[in-house]
Design a protein around this ligand. Structure first.
Ligand SMILES: [Zn+2]
Length: 344
């Protein structure tokens, strides 16, 4: 009698455990209709399913990337590379969904570079120059940057990479150019505004960040009249600066996203991105004033303005968007794919 009770108790415990296991299983992934296993969190935190974790093979660990760091080409796993990129490109204090969005954007951008050889570095897939590819910091640099917060931050970044293992953004069955920037002025820029080539997934969209979230959201650059003239003449020797200062800066036109498209400096037509470069402006969302002493540029946001805004991503995350929602906000019409499908 006693035996039967124990047995039936055991059975009900087992069936309860079994039904819990079933309910914990991931639902069908809406993107491709296949059940998808969610990778466990970062290695730094052994979970109760430790044995399974040890046997889990990450897609990112099976891919290698040739990275030009300084002068040296180093081959490393996609995991190690992405941890160094996310850590270098986005503040570690950001919300985890924003960090996951950054991880997927960085992985996608890496795939794009792996599939399109760079004339600047044919022996490497990517380099650590943010203006060419993406910023990257190795473990030593991160320890120095984070100091006593290293353990917390490296775990957070590692988790963002692990929890999006192998995921990338595709458009017409190709990894997209998943470019990103720090912050926008209300709207992101269309890629055509900045690089002359419009891409269907890099169109202007609204971006929610404001001065409340972004440090130095609005900033000014002041240049003396003499320096202004000298800088323009260095680039454009044909420019003419008459006594009447109102003729120095004329014909300012703006893009659909509110950034400077073109303007005339001393009668010579210059584009917004070139102007930004010449005077080290944080963005082309700029207002310009000229008085008896100086030219003053007042800019909003930071970066070229194309693709995902990082501060916008964090603002959306704090409003409850997950990383997929954030990525679909900034990259129009894309879907999620598997990086393993795009590397040999
Ligand atoms: Zn590069």
């Amino acid at each position: 009698m006693k035996k039967t009770i124990v047995l039936s108790l055991l059975l009900s415990v087992f069936s309860l455990a079994f039904s819990m296991l079933i309910s914990l299983a991931d639902p069908l992934d809406p993107e491709d209709g296949q059940a998808r296993q969610t990778p466990p969190a970062g290695d730094s935190e052994p979970s109760p399913g430790g044995r399974e974790n040890a046997e889990y093979v990450y897609d990112d660990d099976a891919m290698t990337v040739r990275v030009l760091v300084g002068e040296t080409v180093t081959t490393m796993t996609m995991s190690d590379y992405l941890i160094g990129v996310v850590a270098a490109e986005m503040p570690a204090v950001f919300d985890e969904e924003a960090l996951k969005a950054q991880a997927v954007a960085a992985r996608t951008e890496t795939l794009y570079h792996m599939r399109h050889e760079s004339a600047a570095h044919p022996d490497a897939d990517v380099c650590d120059n943010y203006a060419c590819c993406q910023a990257y910091q190795d473990d030593g640099a991160l320890r120095e940057k984070w100091g006593g917060d290293y353990d917390t931050y490296i775990k957070k970044i590692t988790d963002a990479v692990r929890r999006t293992d192998g995921e990338c953004l595709v458009y017409q069955n190709e990894p997209i150019q998943a470019v990103f920037h720090s912050s926008s002025a209300g709207k992101t820029a269309d890629s055509g505004e900045v690089w002359g080539t419009s891409l269907p997934y890099l169109v202007s969209v609204t971006s929610p960040e404001t001065a409340a979230q972004v440090p130095n959201y609005v900033s000014t650059v002041t240049v003396s009249l003499a320096d202004f003239k000298e800088t323009v003449l260095k680039h454009y020797p044909d420019a003419v600066f008459p006594k009447d200062r109102s003729r120095w800066i004329t014909d300012i036109t703006y893009t659909g996203s509110g950034r400077i498209d073109t303007l005339k400096l001393g009668g010579v037509t210059v584009t917004g991105p070139v102007l930004r470069n010449m005077f080290g402006l944080r963005s082309t969302a700029a207002a310009i004033e000229i008085d008896g002493k100086n030219v003053t540029f007042t800019t909003t946001g930071y970066g070229h303005g194309v693709g995902m805004s990082q501060y916008g991503a964090n603002t959306l995350a704090l409003e409850g968007y997950d990383y997929k929602g954030i990525l679909l906000w900034y990259y129009t019409g894309v879907s999620f794919g598997s990086a393993a499908d795009f590397v040999q």
